[in-house]
Ligand binder design. Sequence first.
Ligand code: WT7
Length: 661
Amino acid sequence: MTDQKKNDIAFDALLTEEREFPPSSSFTAKANISDDSIYEIARKDPEGYWASWAEQLDWETPWTKILEWDPPHAKWFVGGRLNASYNCLDRHLDKNGEKTAIIWEGEPGDTRRYTYRELHAEVSRFANGLKKLGVELGDRVAIYLPLIPEAVIAMLACARIGAVHSVVFGGFSAESLRDRIQDAEAKILITATSGYRRGNPVPLKKVGDAAVEECPSITNVVVVMRRAAAEEAEETINMHPGRDVWYHDVIRSAEEHCPPTWVDSEQMLYTLYTSGTTGKPKGIIHTTGGYLTGCYATTKWVFDLKPDDIFWCTADIGWVTGHSYVVYGPLANCATVLIYEGAPDWPKKDRMWELVEKYGVTIFYTAPTAIRAFMKWGHHLPDGHKLDSLRLLGSVGEPINPEAWIWYHKYIGGERCPIVDTWWQTETGAIMITPLPGIVATRPGSATRPFPGIEAEILNDAGERTPVGGGYLALTRPWPSMLRGIYRDPERYEAQYWSKWKGIYFTGDGAKRDENGYFWLLGRVDDVINVAGHRIGTMEVESALVDHQSVAEAAVVGISHEIKGTAIAAFVIIKESAREAAQKDPVAFENELKNHVATKIGAIARPEKILITADLPKTRSGKIMRRLLRDIAEGRRLGDVTTLADPTVVASLKERYEDEG
Ligand code: WT7
């Protein structure tokens, strides 16, 4: 950690939030967990505690050992065999076959509902269809779909036959999709003709086609017809004979009976790619028994899930939040989930509240970036809807600023709903630090305490514990839903997460702990930018920029942004040959670079600001001083420049961008 970053943490640690919101006695009286001795029980015997959760799943063969911990490699519920789709579907059929599993609404307003029985039937058919296409135990299947029921069906169909799904967010570019398919060596790509975003169809199949051109591992592409047949005749989509098959044909010709493939507890359930500090995204590996246990437990206690709840997690299934809290956690708990395909401001800025009212949503889980947007649009929008079905709110993805927290509490929660600010990561699989809503008094901006059975500490570089104060956030004990590795990169797994301290997981986040033992997250301490709750590696964006013919060198930093929390600013040294173009029409030139990044990675990585510079501030060892760049991009007074190789670089940069703030 640089000195600058240490100072950041010390500074932030001075800001204290005194407002406290204890759970109401009526909430606690009905809560799934209301006795705080559970923290101590779990601490004394974490393995026994986690085993009691795993026992609530259905196993074909019981495990013989709860945990095998050979740092940094963990095996949970060793020897046990189960199936994730069986746990999300089959086991509910006797009692809850007619219960609604999924309520879905498309952006244009089309709707569908699936009971558990219907979902089970469709998943079984598709699983058989995948088998017919040659998918076997352990094979990887890439899923590149809009947020439609088939996305959930495809995931569960893979799980049913022991195939590994690799969901790629529908907003990613052809190149990003290609890289992920190549890394996983996926056999099948499941995509759709298109999805909807703000009224416009997004041409997923076209992007998929471009990606697959360079993916020799792909034998078949399964295509879901998203738009009504009248609008989108089959012939307008270019189906490659011998490779492409329609999803509806696969379903139509498949049998409904598909016994689940029982897999080892440690069988890989999925891989999901996330950004790291180096250019290449890493495929985080999650396995079956432990992951499902973590999702099941946290859904039940953090969201206080009850049989008649309507649970709405707004995340796309392209992110881990969608995996754990749209699919596996809620369905393993036999919940009714709402899924909405589109944008929150389409056709109007009250779409979310319209949906809450229409479907009687009781639990609503979203990201601070969305809350800040709602705030900006004004509380008259939620005020115009009946939101009294809501009883619990959640937040995830980045620190929630107290102002947004209070707004959420007041205008969405009607001052009656507890807010659970949940800290976790793609790597942790399930929620790690969070209030238990019937027990823990919340403070705006704090994720409060580790979930029972999770041990978190604030450590310094030497691995010394800080009981009160700031430092690195570490997880000091293995947990069931922890990642098991990085796909095809065991060294990176060790180096990234387990090399800082022996046997202790390094989260990459800074945090502080207060006198109450509450955790306050302070953001990333590495070269990862959290944009609107999604991690983007600075290196990834830099590589995309340098890939442009006009760019010689680039340095990317995160700057604060009113809605996104953090946005991307890119300092760019352009080639001699591009000077003229850049000077003639700077706006067009900057847009071209921004678009280039969006095309290379996806719109989510599009820089907010491009700052053209003649040089970059570097330390004597050649490391770019991002902290200084951040100060310049945000128009702040400059921090310490004494370690700079050439201090004049900063002076001229600063002069150039002083007025732009
Ligand atoms: C990073 C993980 C886990 C689902 C969404 C993001 C940040 C996440 C919080 C929170 C403060 C948070 C951290 C973390 N983060 N939740 N409640 N408070 N920061 O998953 O893409 O794997 O990103 O998101 O920096 O390391 P992800």
